[in-house]
Design a protein around this ligand. Structure first.
Ligand code: FAD
Length: 344
């Protein structure tokens, strides 16, 4: 196989990769975007059917072209976001190769060598915008694998249809858990368990306010925020679950049994399914040969640039790679700063 040469290789064609692509195009850089997905949309293609954005379209916009309003949906649906990302990459003719999976990135003199399932690329700079979706996290609770019922992670969940009449445990204290609980509890009995008491944002706070929090954080690094982007947003389905009295969390169980869950106080509960809504980790497996990943699963960065490997930028993983950089608007801001630094 031949080796291609580029100034910049972007790994990942989700919202963060597209934002990088926009600014690289504007800078007239020689670059390519390699994406393992079989179609546009990044993680959005895989979310559960009922997911909506937390904020209206105008607050969830990539650079250059605003997300169109969706008629009848002030908070756009998952499919609308996928359509927007697909149209965006077409509009700007971003040089995306798909599906191409990057297996590894290596130092190669002054360059980086990017090894993929379709050939090698040499680049002066690599931007990893590989998100978290491919690295679901399930905590190592004793007995976790003994359970004989149905067990799944947020990444596997689509809709409540299969759970009708069952007893389902939902594990996790974030937005995914609250939203999945809210819809499953309309057809099944649910038990919600969390490590710490869940933190609910006030009812009037939605993605618009989180956008302002992120804007404030971007302008005032280190300043205290007025909320946390990980706190639970009271979207309509979650409010409605609260009204039905099902939005009540119990302390985390101590072990999993063959038939359900158990606490050390002797209490046990037999259930049909356990859904682990316990989050994701940065997907960085392909960067392992660089030896940069710490025990927390992250790489030390200054802005978006890896401290120990200045030819590498990390984009879109969360606050540690830029304020709210796991959101569309945050990724766009981080990408702008990263490309400005890179071009300079
Ligand atoms: P991804 O979308 O995961 O894209 C990464 C891409 O990289 C994928 O296409 C993948 O195939 C590719 N890839 C991975 N590894 C490789 C490899 N080795 N080689 C090649 N390609 C690779 N965000 C908002 O902005 N607003 C919201 O309202 C919002 N609501 C949310 C609600 C919930 C419940 C959840 C779970 C998320 C929400 N998000 C929201 C967050 C947002 O969806 C994700 O953070 C976002 O999709 C991350 O984008 P990304 O481009 O960083 O990663």
């Amino acid at each position: 196989m031949t080796t291609e040469h580029h100034d910049v290789v972007v790994i990942g064609g989700g919202q963060a990769g597209l934002a990088a692509g926009y600014y690289l195009r504007r800078a007239k850089a020689d670059y390519v975007i390699l994406d393992a997905g079989t179609a546009p949309g990044g993680a959005w293609r895989h979310y559960w059917d009922s997911l909506h954005l937390f904020s209206p379209a105008e607050f969830s916009t990539l650079p250059g072209w605003w997300m169109p309003q969706q008629e009848g949906h002030p908070f756009p649906t998952r499919d609308h976001v996928v359509d927007y990302l697909a149209a965006y990459e077409k509009r700007y003719e971003l040089p995306i190769r798909r599906p191409v999976t990057v297996h590894s990135v290596h130092r190669d003199g002054e360059h980086s060598l990017v090894r993929t399932d379709t050939g090698d690329h040499r680049a002066r700079t690599v931007i990893s915008a590989t998100g978290t979706w491919r690295s679901p996290h399930t905590p190592d609770v004793p007995g976790r694998d003994l359970f004989r019922g149905r067990r799944l992670h947020t990444a596997d969940y689509r809709n409540p249809d299969d759970f009708t009449g069952q007893h389902v445990v939902i594990v996790g204290g974030g937005n995914s858990a609250a939203q999945i609980l809210a819809e499953i509890s309309t057809v099944a009995t649910t038990t919600w368990t969390t490590l710490r008491p869940p933190r609910f944002l006030p009812d009037h706070i939605d993605g618009r306010d989180l956008f302002h929090v992120a804007t404030h954080a971007a302008a005032n690094p280190g300043a205290p925020g007025v909320g946390d982007l990980g706190d639970i947003v009271m979207v309509p389905s979650v409010k409605e679950a609260r009204e039905r009295g099902v939005l009540v969390a119990r302390p985390m169980f101590d072990r999993v049994t063959e038939t359900g869950i158990a606490w050390d106080n002797g209490e046990t509960l037999d259930v049909d399914a356990i859904i682990w809504a316990t989050g994701f980790r940065a997907h960085l497996d392909h960067l392992a040969p660089l030896g940069l990943t710490g025990e927390d699963g992250r790489i030390a960065v200054d802005g978006t640039r890896a401290v120990e490997e200045p030819r590498l930028h990390l984009l879109g993983f969360g606050n540690w790679t830029g304020p709210a950089s796991a959101t569309i608007i945050g990724a766009a801001r981080s990408a702008k700063a990263a490309i400005a630094q890179l071009v300079a």
